[in-house]
Structure formats: structure tokens, C-alpha cells
Write a protein that binds this ligand. Sequence first.
Ligand code: TRP
Length: 452
Amino acid sequence: MKSQRGNFRSKFGVVLATAGSAVGLGNVWRFPFMTGQNGGAVFIIVYIICILLLGIPGMVGEFIIGRHSQSNAARAYATISRYRWWGFVGVLGIITSSIILGFYAVVAGWCLHYLGASAIGHLQGDSTYVTSYFQQHSTNVVKPAFMAVVFIGITHFVIVRGVESGIERASKVLMPLLFILLLVLVGAACSLPGAMQGVEFLLKPDFSKFTSNVFLEALGQAFFSLSLGTACLCTYASYFSRDTNLMRSASQIALVDCLTAVLAGLMIFPAAFSVGIQPDSGPSLIFITLPTVFQQAFAAMPIVGQVISIMFYALLVFAALTSTISLHEIGTAFFHEEFHIKRSYAAWIITVLCSSLAIACSLSVGGAAHLQVMGMSLMNFCDFLTAQIMLPLGAMLTCVLLGWFVKTKIIRNEITNWGTLRGSLYRSFLFNVRYVVPICILLILMHQLGVI
Ligand code: TRP
């Protein structure tokens, strides 16, 4: 089994792939609109606290389970302790990641469409035009659903053809490029008239905007962005080598992820305030704001604006692809290894299921507005269900499993790489996964359910 698994992903570069999974639409699309809906700077503060206190320990937890077991999510959770029924957390993670892939692909499809639209110059116009352009596109019955399926198809191709190593190599260049382009766009957005109001919104906390909802949303965003809570990190960590430093890798990935998100915010809000787009516009926020940045900030040199716009959407599509690969891989590895079917068949199962969900999600935003659950469109419901309930639940159960059911020797060995690293963080890690993470998440979830 092990040698067969080695084929799929070169050991080298797998930490990079994990970072690729973390950085994606969660940073550039979801983070800005969540921040906009939850009061700006206050949200960011709570988000960073969630990452430090709950996110990093949660990541290390999944890394330990994955690297120790060297198998797919369900088996990893089932075999790390004496209690095989813990495997259900792995299965829960597989279900969660498939739901995420369903709605994530719709947004990735929007980006793909915007890549084409900016290349042929369809995105040029004032902010009213750009807003109605997005409206028209996203509520179209066929096109966005088709694009979402295309996106899942590309993901399927990469996974089945085993060209992940090529993707990893490319991401070594493209990820830093995305980061640099974000920096350029932050500069461009901040040069727009009235931009400072947006910077203030992001950096100057207004504590009157603090509501209990902020906590839940920030927690969900932190987990979503770190790819935490679906055993996705666990699946990737099963390919880590014995000398990967788990603590350091988790901290580095979290740092890169957080920086990318904050940069995306610094790019969106100054521009949004400058042209009078409401910060709480929701999921459409980046799609109605960005075209304005490309045009207005580069008004003197329109061609530069267009080239930058094409580059930006291309890099965003790439970042989304490295994330959808990770979401797809969890289920594919599970079906392939547990049911002994060919990888390509296993991948087809996930592709068909997720494409169906993606079509339904896409329709729920436009063509079939009656596709609603609990008063939300199916798309928003899937986002809510996964980010705010299933991810925190998955991360909490992972920590309970590690803290209370797994031999501490395993944890110590994994954290210290069998005694070769200093173990000073081991005790605080154990305390965190035993008490801090489960109690905090439990309180937040109980609050959500109205119990407290
Ligand atoms: N973290 C990714 C992003 O920010 C999305 C993602 C990939 C994800 N794999 C995941 C989210 C697993 C939750 C769980 O875009």
C-alpha cells in the first residue's frame, strides 16, 4: 500500500501543496466579504486570535493523525487510537469536503469566466455596469453552472493523470507571483481617491460592531481558510516525510495564509469605499469591486490595467485549482483505498457527486431561486453548514481524539520527530488540544444553537 501511495505525490513539495490547498478563494473571495459583513477590523482581530489559538493546534493535530497513519482520512482516524469508531470523523470530513467542493467550484467558475471576460474586454465600464454584469452572469441558468462543472473537470483531470507534481512545481513560481500582484494591487487601490476610508475600515477597530456572530463567522473563516476540519490536512500529511517539522510547517502555512487574506482585504476595501460599493455586499464583493480597480487605478494606461486584470484572474484560478485538488483528493483517496477500485473510478464518483451539487448551487443563485434551505439559497446554505458547523465540529473532534484517546507517546514522537527536535511546545500543545480547542469550539457551537 505504501509504495503505491508514494507514486501519487512526490514527498518533496507536499508541504508546498498543503500551502496551496490553504491559499485560495477562501483568502481572496471569502475573507473580504466576510470582513465586510462583520464590521472590518474587529472581525480581523477575532480571526487572527482564532488562527493562533485554535487553528494552528488544529492543523498540527491533523498533521499528526495523517503522518502517523499514512493512509486515507477514514482509516487514519480509525487506526490512530484503539477505538475504530473514530473513523467516522474521517468520513464526516470526506462528506464536508465534497459539499465544499460543490459550492467552491461555482465561485471558481465565476473566476474562470472573469478571466475570459477580461481578456476580451467585457469588464470595462463604470461600477453600475460592473455590478449589473455580475448580476447577469451569476443569475444566468447555463453558463455559470457549466463553468463550475468545467472547473471540477479540470480538477478531475489533474488528479487522474497524476500531474500534481507539475502543479506543485508551477505553484512554486505562481504563488509568489500572486502575492506580488496582490501587493501591486494594494498599492493601486490605495491610490484611488477616498481610499483611506477603506484602510481605516480594515485597521481601526470599532468595537461597537462587535456582536457574538462575529465570533462564529471568524472561527468559520479561519478554519475554512486553513483547510482545517475536513481531514484534508490529514490526507496531505499522510505524504509528509519523517523529518517535516509539523509545528513549524503549520505556523508557516498559517502565516502565509493570513497575510494573503489581509492583503486581499487591503486591495478590496479601499477600492470599494472609493467607488461607493457597500462593504457588506456579500459574495459578489470582489467581482464588483476588482474590475473598477483595474480600470480606475490604471486609467492613464488602460492596456496595463487589462494585462494585470488577466494575470490576476489567471493566478486566482490557479490558486483555486490547488485548493479544489485538495478537496477532491480526500474523497478520491478514500474510495480508491477503502473499496479497492481504480483511482480513476474513485475520482469519477467524487466528480459526478460534486458536479451535481455545483449545478444545484449555481442554479440556486439565479435560475432556480426556490432552491432554498432555511431561508438561504442552497449555495449560501452549503457555505454556512460547512464553514460554521461541520468544520468546527471536525476540528473539535480531531482534538478530542488526539487529546484523550491517542497515546501521548505518539503525539510526542510526531511533534519532536522522534526526539530529534526540541519538545518544549509539546506540553502546551497537549493542553491546547485537550482543553482549549474543544471548550472554545463547544461554547461557540452551543451559542450558535441558542443553548447559551
Ligand atoms: N482553504 C481553501 C481556501 O482558502 C479552501 C479549502 C481547500 C478547504 N481545502 C479545504 C476548506 C478543506 C476547508 C477544508 O480557499
